[in-house]
Design a protein around this ligand. Structure first.
Ligand code: APR
Length: 309
């Protein structure tokens, strides 16, 4: 049975713990810096087990010793955005939190795969990659599964076709400049244009880019967690089951798509070792220009980062 530690027992972390316990097949450790928070949430979840029929193999803690020898560590610790904020506005405060978490996690689980959830996602994944010293295969950012899931949802809402028949590809950074690739998306194998007008497609692309902010505007005090939690669990399962499944994920690039020294959302094959392969799609000029804009936004965020000594 694999051991999954989730750092941060806020909305995203506790939702992941819930999904993971319902899926079963792993031992869950939920940790938060706030004493008692993870313990209380896990007690509640364990007590749901006999009623809902899910696993009860879980620990809530504030002690990093409990995370030792994890196979997967999912990092959600950090602050969520509020209305009017971009994910990039969180960079300084969350960088210090992620740095503190990496320092505790890495020596205790030197062989783990790190799955990053904290925003701004690509910059936090880059930071985790640099500070952990892990190979790039084992430091992965979750963003594209969520963004492409949102796009599938909006296409399903617009066409009335089941999201199970809808495949979408969203690349680039997890920010306003993310790149929904219409040419690499389809409905039952057919191009989106078979079912949707150009105007509808443009509306879906814009809503996908704004998907997180739309929820923040409603919630007012925090950001999304059900779909981010489900996305993390989907990736965790692909890793645990050595599924060799293709997902968009933020990974450290070494020349792919003409980029280096950056974590950026690209399609990868996921298995037990983490990222087995980065897939390079053939892009046209317009798509390449959109990726460049996304790259520019991430690099500006990275440049604004100052780590506390
Ligand atoms: N170690 C462990 N936990 C920490 C630390 C730390 N150093 N610092 C903060 N935390 C915890 C907080 O105590 C809080 O319980 O992280 C949790 C964050 O939870 P929420 O505030 O509910 O935020 P959430 O909605 O879960 O979002 C977390 O995920 O999607 C991203 O943008 C989002 O960056 C944000 C992160």
């Amino acid at each position: 049975m694999s051991k999954v530690s989730i750092i941060g027992a806020g909305f995203v972390g506790s939702t992941i713990a819930h999904w993971a316990m319902v899926s079963g097949g792993c031992q869950v450790v939920l940790l938060d810096i706030v004493e008692g928070l993870a313990t209380g949430k896990i007690l509640d979840l364990i007590q749901a087990g006999p009623i809902a029929g899910h696993a009860v193999d879980a620990v809530g803690t504030s002690d990093y010793a409990d995370t030792a020898d994890s196979d997967l560590v999912i990092i959600t610790a950090g602050v969520a955005r509020k209305p009017g904020m971009t994910r990039e506005d969180l960079v300084q405060v969350n960088a210090n939190i992620v740095a503190a978490v990496i320092k505790e996690v890495v020596p205790r689980s030197p062989d783990a795969i790190l799955l990053m959830m904290t925003n701004p996602l690509d910059t936090m994944t880059y930071l985790a990659y640099k500070l952990s010293g892990f190979p790039r295969e084992r430091v992965i950012g979750q963003a594209g599964v969520l963004d492409s899931g949102r796009m599938r949802t909006f296409i399903a809402m617009e066409t009335g076709i089941s999201p199970h028949n809808i495949h979408t590809t969203v690349l680039g950074g997890h920010g306003d400049e993310m790149v929904p690739l219409v040419r690499y998306s389809n409905i039952g194998g057919m191009p989106l244009s078979y079912f949707l007008t150009d105007e509808q497609i443009a509306r879906i692309v814009a809503r996908t880019r704004d998907g997180g902010a739309e929820i923040v505007r409603y919630l007012k005090t925090g950001s999304a967690y059900y779909a981010p939690g489900a996305s993390a669990c989907r990736m965790a399962q692909a890793i645990a089951k050595d599924a060799h499944e293709i997902y968009p994920a933020s990974v450290f690039l070494q020349g792919e798509y003409g980029m280096s020294d950056i974590c950026f959302g690209v399609p990868v094959i996921l298995g037990r070792r983490g990222v087995e392969r980065v897939i390079e799609l053939e892009l046209n000029d317009e798509e390449r220009a959109a990726l460049r804009r996304s790259e520019y936004l991430i690099r500006s965020t990275m440049a604004s980062l100052k780590l506390e000594k």
